[in-house]
Unconditional design. Structure first.
Length: 106
C-alpha cells in the first residue's frame, strides 16, 4: 500500500471508529440524549493525549526486469512473493510523525 493511501485510510478509519464507538455506547442507555463517551483531542502534543502519532516502516524498492529501466517505489512495508528473473534492491526506513487534530472528534 502506498504511504499516502495508508495515512488517509488510517485517519479516516480512526475517525469513523471513534464515532461508531460513541453510537454503540449511546445504544446502551435508555436516555435518548446520551453524551459521547470517546473523543480525539485537538492538537498534536502526545503527552496531553492529542494528535495521532504514526511510526511507519517504509520500503523503497528498485527493480529491473532485464531492461535498462528500473522502477522505484515508496510504500508502507509489504511483501511480494513470486518467481521470475527480476533483480531488486530494497531499503527500509522508519518515519515517525504526529498528525495534528484540528478540532474535537467524537
Amino acid at each position: 500500500m502506498e504511504l499516502d493511501k495508508f495515512i488517509a485510510e488510517t485517519l479516516s478509519d480512526i475517525r469513523k471508529g471513534v464515532r461508531e464507538a460513541n453510537e454503540l455506547a449511546k445504544g446502551e442507555y435508555s436516555n435518548a440524549v446520551a453524551q459521547n463517551s470517546f473523543f480525539l483531542r485537538p492538537g498534536s502534543k502526545q503527552e496531553l493525549g492529542a494528535g495521532i502519532e504514526f511510526d511507519v516502516a517504509v520500503t523503497t524498492k528498485a527493480e529491473g526486469k532485464g531492461s535498462a529501466g528500473a522502477k522505484v517505489r515508496l510504500a508502507v512495508m509489504e511483501a511480494d512473493l513470486g518467481g521470475g528473473g527480476t533483480a531488486a534492491k530494497e531499503n527500509v526506513s522508519r518515519i515517525k510523525f504526529t498528525v495534528t487534530i484540528g478540532n474535537w472528534i467524537g
